[in-house]
Design a protein around this ligand. Sequence first.
Ligand code: URA
Length: 224
Amino acid sequence: MSRYGYCSRREVAQWLKRGRVTRAGEPVRSPNEKADPQDVLVDGEPVEFPNGLYVALNKPLGCTCSHKEAGELVYDLLPAQWLRRNPAVNTVGRLDKETSGLLLLTDDGAFEHAQTSPRRHVPKVYAFTTEQAVPPAAVEQFASGEFMLQGERTPCLPAELRLTGECAGRLTLHEGRYHQVRRMLAAVGAPVLTLERVEIGPLKLEDLNLAPGEWVAIDPAMFS
Ligand code: URA
């Protein structure tokens, strides 16, 4: 019960006493009784995400991927019960406060680790607009595998830049360095104006039909 964020471990006995948990139509009365979360109803409803929580959120602008910073947090957009789950629900990597778009959240630490591991190279696509025109030479520079960012010891992995206008395009990254898209575009003289993540691996934001702030459950198997 506490694993799924219904109540604290101490409160479980009270919940059972009140008959709020049933299995095959019968109340489960003892906290010592083992029950498969898929077999029980709590207040008549199935347990949400009994095998782990995996969701895609369309992150709005202006909120932060952090549990404790001041201001609006991505976690404020989620049902309160999810935030009481144990293990905790976390974002899979981060987006900047002023970046919108596709963000995964999970309570599965192994999934989170696998998706953010630099060895996995899960492609992520960012749609951007810039203040100045992006020099067309950036396409080759970014693809070269030799593009160095200030303060970094190793060059960026080859990245695909597709320009859709003088000041707009899409950049596909296979790694996730700090503020990477903003830093790469600033380095070629085209500071970012707007930035949205539109794809993570097989998942495309446009296929999900999510308004900013909305989320949907996803199947983690699509990433394996
Ligand atoms: N690159 C950035 O600069 N910001 C993000 O939020 C993601 C990638």
